[in-house]
Design a protein around this ligand. Structure first.
Ligand code: PRP
Length: 220
């Protein structure tokens, strides 16, 4: 993309937007009205008073769009960055929003003989197979991961896997499905991410925007 075009910023769908929109406001990014309409099928949005364009994609896809340079910047959870470890991404700033945990959870009625301390192999349903395998390997346990895109909490009840690794915020989803957190794998927050090549070729405008975000985060 030529540097005469506005920066493209990839933002994740979902509840993070509630915290992101006030941050955007502090930074001076004002998305067009359609951006706030959940029923809207449009995926690309202009911003008032600037040539920045926002694209709204799934959280894992934010990292993909930015890593391949289709978007120059993005907002990605540290869970996504841990899972993919893209070398083409630079994550200069913790935005201190989207706080939650990546946790291991088990059924409330799990039998004591299934204690993790006693097993050498576990089966886990998760959207995070790389992070999960690494976590268990560090503890000498081989994790067999069954990859799901969502609704992990169903897996134990239906016999797919007794354990899950997923994001936990309020804990309501776990409780509603007869599960509880047994280990916190990582504390998660949202990061500003930048494509490394774009950061070199468009350093003035990208650095200016990073500074604005940093100022907004520090002012909170
Ligand atoms: C996330 C996560 C859990 C839930 C946890 O899903 O995968 O299912 O939130 O939140 P809680 O602890 O507050 O209940 P989300 O609703 O973001 O949708 P997703 O399954 O599409 O990722």
């Amino acid at each position: 993309m030529s540097s005469t075009e506005g920066l493209v910023i990839a933002v994740p769908k979902g509840r993070i937007l509630e915290e992101l929109v006030p941050l955007f406001k502090q930074v001076g990014i004002t998305p067009e009205q359609a951006f706030f309409d959940d029923a809207e099928r449009q995926l690309q949005f202009s911003c008032k008073g600037s040539d920045i364009r926002l694209i709204r994609v799934r959280s894992f896809d934010v990292a993909t769009f930015v890593a391949f340079g289709a978007a120059q910047m993005g907002i990605a959870g540290s869970d996504v960055l841990m899972e993919f470890d893209y070398s083409d991404l630079y994550a200069p700033l913790d935005l201190k929003i989207g706080h939650c945990r990546l946790s291991l959870a088990e059924p409330d009625d799990m039998q004591p003989q299934e204690d993790l301390m006693r097993v050498s192999h576990v089966r886990v349903a998760t959207k995070y197979p790389n992070t999960t395998r690494r976590y268990f390997a560090d503890r000498g346990i081989q994790a067999e991961c069954i990859k799901l895109g969502g609704a992990m909490e169903l897996a134990p009840k239906l016999g797919l896997a007794r354990r899950i690794v997923d994001l936990v915020s309020s804990g309501r989803t776990l409780r509603a499905n007869g599960l509880h957190e047994t280990q916190v794998i990582a504390d998660i927050s949202s990061r500003l991410i930048v494509n490394r090549a774009a950061f070199k070729t468009r350093s003035t405008e990208i650095s200016a925007l990073i500074d604005k975000f940093r100022g907004a985060v520090d002012a909170r």
